[in-house]
Structure formats: structure tokens, C-alpha cells
Design a protein around this ligand. Sequence first.
Ligand code: PLP
Length: 366
Amino acid sequence: MQIPLVDLKAQYRAIRPDIDTAVQRVIDNTSFILGSEVARFEEAFASYVDAAGAVGVASGTAALHLALMACGVGSGDEVITTAHTFAASAEPIFHTGARPVFVDIDPYTYNLDPEQVKTAVTDRTRAILPVHLYGQPADMEPLLDIARQRNIWVIEDAAQAHGAVYHGRRCGSIGDLACFSFFPGKNLGAYGDGGAVTGRDPELLSRVRKLRDHGRASKYEHDMIGYGERLDALQAAILGAKLPFLEGWTEARRRHANRYTELLNGTELETPREAPEVRHVYHLYVVRTSHRDALFSHLKENGIGAGIHYPVPLHRQPAFRDLGYKDVSLPETERAAAEVLSLPIYPELSEEQQNYVAEQIRGFLK
Ligand SMILES: *Cc1c(COP(=O)(O)O)cnc(C)c1O
């Protein structure tokens, strides 16, 4: 049996007429840049995450960059974030001229540890950038408290957390701004790159809206120096066609996650833990074990596409290491990087496929 980490073909097969109709509509209208397709998707997505507005941008990375810019983060500033994440969580911080300050994670949720954030705040801290890793919301309440006391921004990296809920609030409407990715393999994925910035403050959102389109207030009037980082109309149409399915897909992911946890019960594998009062949307189903590398190879040899998110923490990456992070020590982050393993998860995953994955794991651990 061959089981990929994600199966985008299975999803397309299930919704083909909706996608094809949306794509054809854009081509027939030849309205490829912004326009009604992007506006309609932005409205639908803002309402999905309970935000005042959404701004469609070129990628999740662009979303983070433009959100930081809109908050005025720049040279001399510090932004507190996690090193147990994809490089794109931190790269845009450097691009603004600011400096990421990496703090350690909570070992059970893999998200920012608020106590560590508290001790890392300095006079230069301009923002906190929590990542809702694997689809589980970061512990936002204490982070928002710190931010309120210090008058600093909170920018959510919600690239893996479409539809996730923290204490009754959707990720995307909790911080000052939130950044989503529509990379094809994300829970809501485009057929190419795409992203969005959501938030509650119309003023901040309007700054992001200008920044993504060359700082323009109107066709020939540039208010600020901006970027060419718009969401494609074709991608917006595809995302709009997919959005009505997202809740069903999310519930399927959550069912598969519960089933994995049952199937792996009693093994030495540590299965994911959900914090109280959250809805985890299982972008990834991540287990941990001290035999990670051997188990990864065993699964690969048996046709199972497991993944490692992420094997090298950002402060240990060649690109970051020599920028003054050599002496940074993040024990929980480093331990997680050595032990985490992502099992295949996607809405269309069958029980038979899950049984096979569990059998292979049990066989290996024996
Ligand atoms: C995917 C991802 C990004 C970047 O999104 P792109 O759309 O690929 O630019 C940023 N942060 C996290 C946590 C991600 O998973």
C-alpha cells in the first residue's frame, strides 16, 4: 500500500466540477488581477474566521511580511517567536530589519511557552508572533496580557490553523493581525501560492491592503512604498469554491486524529495532546518517540509518506545560526526537533489506510 503524507488528487476528484467551474469563470471574464473574485473570497474568508476583514495576498510569507510592516515593525525592533516552525515564520521579521528573539516551546502543545515570552520582553520588543503549530492554537490569553501591559503587537501565524478555535474565538481574529497560507498542502489550499491577512482593526487592514498593491490608494496614486504581493484572482476563485467544504474536511481530520490516537494507544509513542478549550484542526498529526529516525525509515520502506516538522530548529539553521544565535539554547525545541514525526493525514484518508499505518508502527515498535 502507498500512503502519501497528503493526497491532493483525492480532494480534486471529489470536488472537480466546483473547481473547474470557478477556473473557467475567471478565464471567461479575463479579470485576473484583484477584482470581484478576490473581493468575494476575502469577504467569505473574513466571515469564516470571524474577522472584521481579510486581505488576499500572494503567500503566507507575504502575509507575515506585510502584517509586520503594517504594524510598523522595523530596524532595531525585536519580535518574540518560536524556533520550532517553518523558516517563513521568522524570515519576514529579518526582512523588516527587526530581529527574531526565539524562546522555548511548551513540550505538550509545541507552541510558544508564555512564561518564556514574559522573560524575553525588552524595551525593544515590538511584537509577539505565536505560531498555531500543527493546527493547535497557541496559548493566546497570557500572550495578549503581556502585549497589553507592554503596548506591543500580537501577530498570529495561522498558516496551519484555518478554522482552529481558542476559548471560543477563531484563530485569525484573536491577535492584532493574523496570517494565513493557502499553500496547496495547507488545510485550505490553492492551486499555487496564496495567503491572507485577517484582523479586527480596519485601519491596520487598510494598510495591508495598500502594501500588497504598490501602496496604492487608487490606480495612479501611491500613498506608500508597497509591494506586488496580491492574491491571484484564479487562486481566489479556487479558494472560494473550496471554502464551503472546509468545515467538513476539518471534522474529517479531527476524526482521523482521534482514530489514530485510539489505534496507537498502549504503544510507547506519545500522541498529540489538546489543550483545554481549543479546537485543534490537525493540519499535521504529530507523534513523538526517541526512535524517530528509525521509525521514519521503516514507514518509508513500507510505502508510508511520514514527515518531520521540523528536524532543525531555526536557531540551528545555517541561514540563522551565524546571526548571533550560536549560544541560544532551547532545550524543549531541540528535543522536539529530534523526536517528532508526522503521520499521513488528510480528509480523504481511509480507515483501511489508517489501519495499515498503525500496523506498520506496531510492527516496528515490537
Ligand atoms: C506554510 C507556512 C508558512 C508560509 O506560507 P507560504 O504560503 O508557503 O508562504 C508560514 N508559517 C507556517 C507555520 C507555515 O506552515
